[in-house]
Design a protein around this ligand. Sequence first.
Ligand code: ADP
Length: 538
Amino acid sequence: MRYLSSLYEKQIKEFLKEDALIIGEMVEDYGENEYQKVFKDLKTRFNIISLNGKVIYDSQKYQERLENHGERNEIKELKNKKEFFIIRESSTLNTLMAYYSKIDKNKSGQDIIIRVSQNYGEYNRELQNILYFEVIFFMALNFMIHFFYKNYLKRDMYRKLTRIKTFLESGQDKKEVYLGDDQWILQFWRVVKEWQEENIKNIERLAREKEVLEKIIDGVESAIILLDENFKFTVRNNNLLYLFEKSKYNCIQGIKYIEIIEVIKKAQNNQNDYREEIYIQDLKKYFLISIKKLNYNREYLVTIKDITISRESAEIQRKFISNISHELKTPLTNIKGYLIALKDAPESLRNNFLNTVERNIEKMENIILDFLNMTKAESLKILNIGPIGIEKLEKQLREEVDGIVNKKNGKLEFNFEILSKDNYIKIDYEKILMVLKNLIENGFIYNSSKIPEVIVNLYEMKNTYKFIIKDNGLGIEKNKIDKIFERFYRIDKARTSNVAGTGLGLSIVKEIIDNYKGEIKIVSRENKGTIFTITIPK
Ligand code: ADP
């Protein structure tokens, strides 16, 4: 407002100055007596005043009434200046007036003052009115334009959207012949469709890649977790789920065992990648945890592998070797003792001593043989299945157990009921031979019947072969049945004459059948006999 009023002031001053200039020109040309005539038609309000303040001419025609103007500011100030402008209250009109005064020369060359004035309040009001009117006018115009466009655009948008909707709902054929003026919809639709097809392809490709990746990480037998910098799971595969708390995705709450969390914490404080083997008491299992730092230590790739089996099998291997050495040591000590004694032994005992030495050597031989069979069964885990004639199997078995059958004066019988007419069965010959040989031998060895007898039955079923090996031997006590498959386990040595046994035979049998994913069942009655039923898949 202040800026505006200074603008008015400037403008009004310019108007008054222009008027004063015109009046000045006329005063120079005309004498005082001609003023009345000359200024008759001039609308401007002005006075011509002598330097001492006397009003010579007043455009309002009441100079006779006007007092001396010498004390008015606009006259007084002219003593030092050529022109003066002021806005003040008029004492005659009691209203705010703008005065412009300047010194000029009259016709006779004397200095006179020309004072032009205008009602400032009125002028100001007029200007203000114009301004208010303009502001209101433009605001209304603006509002109308805005309102019109808003409605127009809204309606236009709605119309277009409805068209798009009907277009999308129409079938493919209709779309292709869409109205001429709506060609843009068709174009738009084609672009969207292309873009959508591209997107679908990308999504499908990503989904496939994700699936492959998930399968790969699930295929790894370890648990794999990707932790972000806040130790939240970003990725986790579905292995070793028993280590994790369901639906908790923070490392601290999500992992059940403090032992694992501690390793992760250690890795966090470690500069490099970190590995540690741990034992979880609650699970009685060993784990290998490896932690790799990714993306400048912001993410951690944690793999947890259950290494219990390899740890245990290493332990079993160690025990096995120590057992073998122990088993070999006894006959070896015997042999050594008897050989020393033999040097000074009387003739009558020599034969006896030599027999004992021979028996112990036989025992050592058996241990080594079984040990070799055992390692063979363990190392040849992959089955070598092929067709084999049942006559060949029977012949081979009879040859291998011939010694014990004769020694015991026993009877060995085979009974094969197979589906194929050409008398072939499909088995891992070498391994099944080892199983049957062991079971048949045991049937005669642990047998004190008058006529020891072993019957081997084979039934071919739809998906399996069933071998039933039945003897009329000593039988096995119920509470020992589970133990006989343990390595080096032998039932009370005194009950049999077989001092050469190693306690490894049945554990070899079990190892082979386990590998075959088959099963062994035992039914036994003391002093009546034992039935081993072995089922293997085809
Ligand atoms: P080994 O015959 O060398 O002692 P095995 O592992 O073959 O070792 O057998 C373990 C034990 O199981 C034997 O010591 C024996 O007491 C018992 N056993 C095995 N087969 C029979 C059987 N058919 N009848 C009675 N006892 C048996």
